[in-house]
Every structure is written in C-alpha cells, then in structure tokens.
Design a protein around this ligand. Structure first.
Ligand SMILES: [Zn+2]
Length: 101
C-alpha cells in the first residue's frame, strides 16, 4: 500500500505533505473533533480517491475515503447538470478525468 504516513511512536508528529506525514500510532481524545483534511485528493488502490485527514492537535493521520454521497456531489459540481444527474456516469472514467487534470 502506497502511503506517505509513517506511524512513529517516538518521533515528533510532522506534516511534510506531500512527501511524508509523521503520525502517532494511535488516536487520542482530541482527534474526535480536530481532524482536518490535508492536501488534495489522492488515488488509492483500484483508483478509488481518498484524502489524508490529520488531527490539528496531536498529528494523528488516517486516510479518509469519501463516501458515495460526497462523490455524487463532486460529479454534479463538475459541470454535469442536475438534469443529467448520475445517469450513465462511469465512475472509472470520471475518476480518471479528475486525476488527469
Ligand atoms: Zn488528536
């Protein structure tokens, strides 16, 4: 699995996006409210998009896969009219298009 996150129990948390993110190995109480996306959309296994989400307090970082609802919103925002809706959307082609930009 290609990821820039390194879980290091001894190192200081660091955000060197897009090269490397050093994260504590486990989340803390602060992570419930302080997780924010870092950087742009990434491409994971099978071409599916994801984001890095990092705690603003302790630096804990995980990958977050946008849900179906969010992907639908993205498709509709990208010039595909609501009237057309999602009819005939080929996810694979659409995702390829995003990363080709
Ligand atoms: Zn935290």
């Amino acid at each position: 699995m290609v990821t820039i996150v390194r879980y290091d129990p001894h190192g200081q948390p660091k955000n060197r996006y897009p090269r490397e993110i050093i994260s504590p190995p486990s989340p803390s109480a602060c992570c419930i409210r302080q997780m924010k996306r870092t950087g742009g959309m990434q491409r994971g296994e099978g071409g599916w998009p994801y984001f890095y989400k990092r705690c603003q307090v302790c630096g804990y970082t995980v990958r977050e896969f946008p849900g179906y609802g969010e992907l639908v919103q993205l498709v509709l925002r990208r010039g595909r009219g609501r009237r057309e809706g999602l009819k005939g959307v080929a996810w694979r082609t659409w995702i390829d298009g995003i990363f080709a930009e």
